[in-house]
Design a protein around this ligand. Structure first.
Ligand code: ADP
Ligand code: MG
Length: 397
């Protein structure tokens, strides 16, 4: 489905439900990380990129406090009243929308209700951040519809607060920041402490490929919180050995070697991964700018090895995917994406061989795992914004 077909479909669904045409269209992309697993909640560095898969909300403001929204992905509708936002037991996904409205109101802004139709091309629950895409599309929509004086970074912080405090997922700022601030053609080197970033162009000699294992994610909900707690314990212990450390971000690779012996082995492994991953995120910027494929391959191999051996976030399907990616034509580099424990992986490949790469990975991974993966190219897209009608309805149509 191309963009025009997608827009026509949403408009038709909107009209069928609400008897009118939508007047405002907001969109926000998913994202993939090119380095920096779990570094965001350690106030560190992440090389991150928006993808050309996004959430769209077609909407029409209402004159009352009611929000009605239908998800075309799930075939479900939800409804809430702005003045009385509670968790939705029947449609838990609605919490991502109502949560954003709730934090905006708590921040002192007056909102109006709307009717909406939602559709995303970001896979749900695969680690490419369909949740942040939904939150940022909602935030951008409300910002424009209600004329809120809020910049992208502030919107991202509020969306993160909605996910942390209302949805109840303890995510860092990475997903929302990338979805809000990303730019076409560029990755971002995000400084999660300063909440600032610099653009890092992706060379035309590199194609980013998402390799979705389609394995049932084994993340029970406790691993993420456990890893976070282990990093925090590491920081508390290092603080007894060194002044001026408030997060793992403050510890360099060499300095860490002197502290490691004073840490319990599991804590030392977790912290070492973060410290090294931060250094790799900074090194990635240089390697990307120089288009140094050998260096990119080394950095990603080290990231994947650390993720498996030190942070222990790998599952068998990820190892099977990694083997398939490494053996495929055009392969330059491969590693985990998102929080790990299944979900998507990511590869850098030579563009001319991307179709062959996809075909080869598809076959080999299916042979080794019995699962049907999804392998596709992604390119960095603009961050959350309003859809330009001319962009999807050609002017002469
Ligand atoms: P990820 O962000 O990696 O995709 P999450 O578990 O954080 O995974 O978020 C996925 C959840 O986001 C879904 O289970 C659903 O509740 C919500 N969601 C995202 N997009 C949509 C959509 N288009 N329709 C309904 N729910 C959505
Ligand atoms: Mg998410």
């Amino acid at each position: 489905m191309d963009r025009v077909e997608r827009r026509n479909w949403l408009a038709a669904e909107f009209e069928a439900r609400y008897g009118a045409q939508p007047t405002l269209w907001a969109r926000a992309p998913g994202r993939v990380d090119l380095m920096g697993s779990h570094t965001d909640y350690n106030e560190g560095w992440i090389l991150t990129m928006t993808i050309d898969r996004d959430a769209w909300i077609a909407a029409r403001p209402r004159s009352d406090e009611v929000v009605q929204i239908h998800s075309l992905n799930l075939g479900e509708s939800g409804r809430f009243v702005l003045g009385a936002i509670e968790h939705s037991r029947q449609t838990p996904w609605l919490d991502y929308v109502s949560g954003v409205a709730k934090v905006l109101q708590e921040a002192g802004f007056t909102l109006c209700g709307f009717d909406g139709v939602l559709h995303t091309t970001v896979p749900l629950g695969g680690g490419l951040s369909s949740s942040a895409a939904l939150e940022m599309a909602t935030a951008r929509l409300l910002e424009r519809m209600c004329r809120l004086p809020l910049d992208s970074v502030t919107l991202a912080r509020l969306a993160q607060r909605a996910e942390n405090e209302f949805v109840g997922v303890g995510c860092g700022i990475l997903d929302q920041y990338t979805s809000a601030v990303g730019r076409a053609g560029c990755a971002l080197l995000l400084d999660a402490r300063q909440l600032s970033s610099r653009d890092v162009p992706i060379s035309s000699g590199l194609q980013v490929m998402v390799c979705d294992t389609r394995a049932q994610r084994t993340l029970s909900g406790t691993e993420y919180a456990e890893r976070r707690a282990q990093c925090e314990e590491g920081v508390r212990r290092i603080q007894r050995m060194a002044a001026g450390v408030s997060a793992l971000r403050d510890v360099g690779v060499e300095a860490f070697d002197t502290y490691a012996a004073g840490l319990p082995p599991v804590i030392a492994r977790r912290c070492r991964f973060i410290v090294e991953e931060n250094a790799r995120a900074l090194a990635m910027e240089t390697a990307l700018r120089q288009g140094d494929c050998a260096r990119l391959g080394q950095l990603w191999a080290a990231s994947y090895a650390g993720a498996c051996e030190l942070y222990e976030l790998c599952v068998p399907a990820m190892a099977q995917m990694m083997a398939a990616m490494r053996a495929a034509p055009g392969f330059i580099a491969g590693r985990q994406a998102g929080a790990g424990f299944g979900g998507c992986m990511v590869a850098l490949v030579h563009p001319a061989e991307s179709a062959l790469f996809a075909q080869h990975v598809q076959q080999q991974y299916h042979q080794s795992s019995g699962l049907h993966p999804a392998i596709y190219a992604v390119s960095p897209a603009p961050g959350a914004n309003l859809l330009d009608p001319h962009d999807v309805f050609p002017v002469d149509s």
